[in-house]
Write a protein that binds this ligand. Structure first.
Ligand code: NI
Length: 250
């Protein structure tokens, strides 16, 4: 159930029986030699829509630009500032809470977003607590963060399929998912094996590009296939659909 495909009256009826919204959130950033710039946003959105379908849960519009400053030395990447993203998340949640939504299940496509999403949740809870008068015991909204790849079965599947070729950014697992979802946009690119992981992480965009010149981090996305992507997608959707039902009751 996609919010944007409902009428206001349909949303009103939905709220009579459910107060849960799925919030897809991703990033718009380079994904190595053959990965789509939208990988983290389009994958989170597709998984969210499938989970919404399986569980009859409303899916909000995707937050498609996230924390990607370290990818900005690659053309096409876009980023929000952390403070902006915290406000965007707060306004998305606040708008829906205004109508009666109470539980917000964020399906995230980009690990780099996690700290800022958690900070946004703290802003939401803090604003509620400080605004409360009297006992301050009125219930707040509830938010949860779920990275789409982090379920046990999904992780194991990636390990079985790609082992130590998975790497850390522009992975064959995520590129496979986009190849399954968007077969018309599979890129035929030859690439050398990746360079080694740099010690000590990275700081800004120039530093990242100096350490990872083609954008990926020790991954072999040339191993990506639509068939692998379908397996990973199906596993993630099944796992998240199970979990989301418990969130509604917690
Ligand atoms: Ni990604």
């Amino acid at each position: 159930m996609q919010l944007q495909m409902q009428t206001w009256a349909e949303v009103e009826r939905y709220l009579e029986t459910s107060a849960m919204a799925i919030m897809p959130i991703g990033s718009t950033e380079q994904h190595g030699p053959n990965g789509l710039i939208g990988t983290d946003a389009v994958s989170a959105e597709a998984i969210a829509l499938a989970v919404g379908q399986a569980t009859q849960t409303m899916v909000a519009p995707t937050i498609a630009v996230g924390m990607a400053q370290h990818h900005m030395a690659f053309k096409g990447s876009m980023t929000l500032r952390p403070a902006t993203m915290i406000q965007v998340i707060g306004d998305y949640v606040g708008s829906l809470a205004h109508h009666g939504f109470e539980r917000f299940y964020f399906i995230n496509g980009h690990g780099g977003n996690s700290a800022t999403i958690e900070a946004a949740f703290q802003e939401i809870y803090t604003a509620h607590t400080l605004a409360s008068s009297g006992s301050g015991n009125e219930p707040s909204v509830r938010c949860r963060l779920r990275n789409w790849w982090s379920g046990g079965r999904t992780r194991q599947l990636s390990k079985d399929l790609f082992g130590d070729k998975e790497g850390r950014h522009a992975t064959p697992s995520e590129v496979s998912v986009t190849q399954y979802l968007f077969p018309d946009h599979i890129k035929d690119v030859t690439m050398d094996p990746p360079g080694p992981a740099a010690a000590g992480g990275w700081t800004d965009a120039a530093d990242y590009r100096a350490k990872y010149p083609d954008g990926r981090i020790i991954s072999h996305p040339d191993l990506s296939t639509p068939a692998a992507g379908k397996k990973i997608f199906d596993a993630a959707v099944a796992e998240i659909a199970e979990e989301i039902m418990t969130f509604g009751k917690g």
